[in-house]
Design a protein around this ligand. Structure first.
Ligand code: SME
Length: 165
């Protein structure tokens, strides 16, 4: 279904229609609210999960040569709270400083399993002054869940997040 905003797509959610533009607007407000960084990261994870096919959302921050889980929202916790840069899809995206979309995690040898039900994953680096300082990691229980709209949407959230660091 087409809407009117920047992303122009509306999805059927459990509690009625959800549009990327609505979620993006709310996120922009909270990111620019001047609240504490920790609170903002928690909110961003929770609100991103309003997109129906975003099953688990986490934000990792770079600490030395590792990615450390700073905030997450989803049905269960991950044991991968510290991932060396270069390891897993998360580590690969931080190393490449580029978004990685994996349509089927079962056929990507880099994949570090967190949840049995995950079928696809998107990892978007948060960049500052040319360096990856963190990333948004989203798992979906649906195979091939992440479209070019998802990529543009999550990249815009990551860009917005740069301002709180
Ligand atoms: N699957 C990720 C690890 C993090 S969990 O998805 C939360 C990876 O391959 O790096």
């Amino acid at each position: 279904m087409k809407g009117v905003g920047k992303f122009g797509e509306v999805m059927a959610g459990e509690k009625g229609p959800v549009s990327y533009d609505q979620v993006a607007l709310r996120l922009e407000k909270i990111i620019r609210s001047g609240s504490q960084r920790r609170a903002i990261l928690d909110f961003v994870c929770r609100d991103l999960r309003k997109v129906p096919h975003y099953t688990w959302v986490g934000i990792y921050l770079v600490e030395g040569s590792d990615l450390v889980l700073a905030a997450w929202s989803g049905p269960s916790a991950t044991q991968h709270t510290r991932i060396p840069i270069g390891t897993g899809i998360c580590g690969a995206a931080a190393e490449a400083k580029e978004t990685i979309v994996v349509p089927d995690v079962r056929s990507d040898p880099r994949y570090l399993q967190c949840f049995l039900n995950t079928r696809s994953e998107i990892v978007v680096p948060i960049m500052k002054d040319g360096a990856a300082i963190g990333e948004i990691d989203i798992d979906s229980d649906r195979e091939d869940a992440f479209t070019t709209t998802d990529q543009a949407f999550v990249e815009s959230v990551a860009e917005e997040l740069t301002s709180i660091f």
